[in-house]
Design a binder for this molecule. Sequence first.
Ligand SMILES: *[C@@H]1O[C@H](CO)[C@@H](O)[C@H](O)[C@H]1NC(C)=O
Ligand SMILES: *[C@@H]1O[C@H](CO)[C@@H](O)[C@H](O)[C@H]1NC(C)=O
Length: 205
Amino acid sequence: MAFKRPSILIFLFLVLTAAGQITAADDPVPAPWPHQFHALMFMNYSGDLSMIDLWYDWTNGRNFNIIQEQLGGITYDLEWNNGTSFIYTVDESRSCRSVQLEVGILRPNWLDGAKYLGQQNVNGFLCNVWEKVDFIWYYEDVATKRPVQWIFYTGREAHVMTYEVGAVLEDEKWQAPVYCFDKEKKKKGIAIEGALREFKEKAAL
Ligand SMILES: *[C@@H]1O[C@H](CO)[C@@H](O)[C@H](O)[C@H]1NC(C)=O
Ligand SMILES: *[C@@H]1O[C@H](CO)[C@@H](O)[C@H](O)[C@H]1NC(C)=O
């Protein structure tokens, strides 16, 4: 009896790894995100347009969205891997709120397990397309493996305009303004901005 359970486990292990290898061999998988990159994103949320300056920095556990609304203000959404986000402006209103999430920034392999949907032509780029947990549709250029766009189930679209692998924003730019620390203005909830907002909400559930 003592030997029975381990042998079943080994059998299951072999079956599952074989099955995993078959699907992995058939379908392309999304390239993991580089540990550091800079992207300019054109966002469209049901006709509300914005530009996001995105600095993804897994190495230092931080992610920055600098959001320019069309003919409007700029919002800074600075996320740390400990779950703290600072969302602030640097205009005369000097507003800042901090949000504490259960999750940190997205991991470089956050697209693991996405379901492959085939190829599609997007704005002149032949893309592989994946869908993850009915939340996000992700389009990657077949030739260069760079992301071209992603679209959330809400209809929010992020179009990648530039993609600089290895680019890092200088440390001093990551300092939230002093008025963010004036008083305890912590609010439990979800940041409303950012290029990956919906996915973070999902991860936080
Ligand atoms: C933004 O998206 C809407 C659909 O939600 C579309 O009608 C509109 O043409 C898009 N605007 C731009 C500039 O892409
Ligand atoms: C998370 O890290 C940031 C940057 O170091 C810091 O300002 C913030 O207070 C930290 N949050 C928590 C909950 O420790």
